[in-house]
Design a protein around this ligand. Sequence first.
Ligand SMILES: Cc1cc2nc3c(=O)[nH]c(=O)nc-3n(C[C@H](O)[C@H](O)[C@H](O)COP(=O)(O)OP(=O)(O)OC[C@H]3O[C@@H](n4cnc5c(N)ncnc54)[C@H](O)[C@@H]3O)c2cc1C
Length: 476
Amino acid sequence: MPTHPYDLLILGGGSAGFNAARVARSEFDARVAIVDGARELGGLCILRGCMPSKTLLWMTEVLHLAQKAKNLGLRIPAAAPNMPAMQARKKKIIADFAAYRATALNSGNYDLHRANAHFIDPHTVELADPKRTRLTAKKILIATGSRILTPPIPGLADTPHWTSDDILDLARVPQSVIVLGGGIIACELAQYLRRIGARVTLIQRSPRILREHSPEASAVLQQALRDEGIELHTDTRIEKITKTKHGVRVKFIHNATNKPLTREAAHLFNALGRAPNTAPLNLPAAGVLTNEQGRIRVNRWQQTTTPHIYAAGDACGPHDIVHLAVAQGELAARHAFLVPAARKKLRPLNPAHHLGVVFTSPAIATIGLTETELRAKKIPHIAASYPFNDHGKTILMDANYGYVKVLADPSRGRLLGAEIVGHDAGELIHCFTTPLVMRATVRDMLRAPWYHPTIAEIVTYPLEELAEKVAQASSP
Ligand SMILES: Cc1cc2nc3c(=O)[nH]c(=O)nc-3n(C[C@H](O)[C@H](O)[C@H](O)COP(=O)(O)OP(=O)(O)OC[C@H]3O[C@@H](n4cnc5c(N)ncnc54)[C@H](O)[C@@H]3O)c2cc1C
């Protein structure tokens, strides 16, 4: 028998689920239950995603700067990682963040159930607790996140391998690692491994790493990773992975030349991606459909194919990004509880405002539509870019990789998108976020003061070029 009739029942207390709960409770005084089966509360971002990875990447960025200090005329003789100390610092930081989230979840504002759940019918879930407790609710949000994917590559499942969870917990520098994959997590953590001192070989199937980014951005990062000593193979297909006496062996073919290659290393890192964590939910019982990747299908209000059931975060995508998970969770909660008249003021999330950051060094950051998307949608646009190796502040910092590129509409110069590859790109991209959302033009951006010498003022060069193009196009 159902025991708890809730207004909103949330499966998963990570970024999407927690923020949906917060909004439902604080804005609508809804009776909310959160069900989470994790041993430790906090969600992926805090426990095994953004925060631990960025803590370690920042440490190795400082290490890297110290190691290349002689370029700046400095003598820093023995900069080296102290892995136990790095892990201790990371653990302390993550424990504090997780405790903060756990306190909020246990605040009494929500009923928290510590078990996994699956659907019995569109309003009922059953918990995997000894009593097999059943909970019912008027509305349900699925925010169960994602899990590591192990694709059917011959030998992979039978060969011991690390995942991102293992890399983030390494207490010693591994002698050598083969990284499978060329997505964001693969690139960020391959550079981390190289910078702590491991020999790293990265093997990627696509013709370039970060295939969802522009070819120019990929090319700059590929060069930077090779310059740091990572052996990079793109455009490959893996024939076989085997366990050896001393580690692993990967046999693969280079597509362009059809040449077979073999690489060996002490360890293998599976960075081939993540899949939505939806299979154990018994979604058919709730009438919730998924797409071919297993992501839950949602409309622009995060409603699934069963309208009183919503989904948010990695469980539905389209991108595994925290600020998106939070925004989707909040949107779902508002849509679920706003009265119909007030719902009219609600805005769906705008894919033309998409913001993404890759925390490699140089970093890659994008906002808005990319040039490829603009071309595919046949949206008229003009583009201008400027390289970091010709800008005063980045030259004096010896931060020469990369460029900033701006995309605007040709008639008024309204911003359509921007891409930054280079030092602190993840911070710099925020020069563009508010102007883009406020529909500013390149001229509007140039009316703002830009301090000299800063990295940010590099942005003014492509803006000026675009402003000139717009002026020429509109002059009689
Ligand atoms: C190494 C790494 C680095 C990353 N770095 C970044 C970054 O820098 N920036 C960024 O934006 N994103 C980053 N991400 C992605 C980001 O962490 C995720 O997009 C985000 O945390 C997803 O939030 P979520 O709420 O959808 O899922 P989660 O936070 O994973 O929450 C899902 C919750 O659901 C629970 N659950 C699962 N199944 C059930 C069930 N059946 N019943 C009950 N509970 C269940 C789980 O226990 C979990 O607590 C990174 C990811 C990784 C792996």
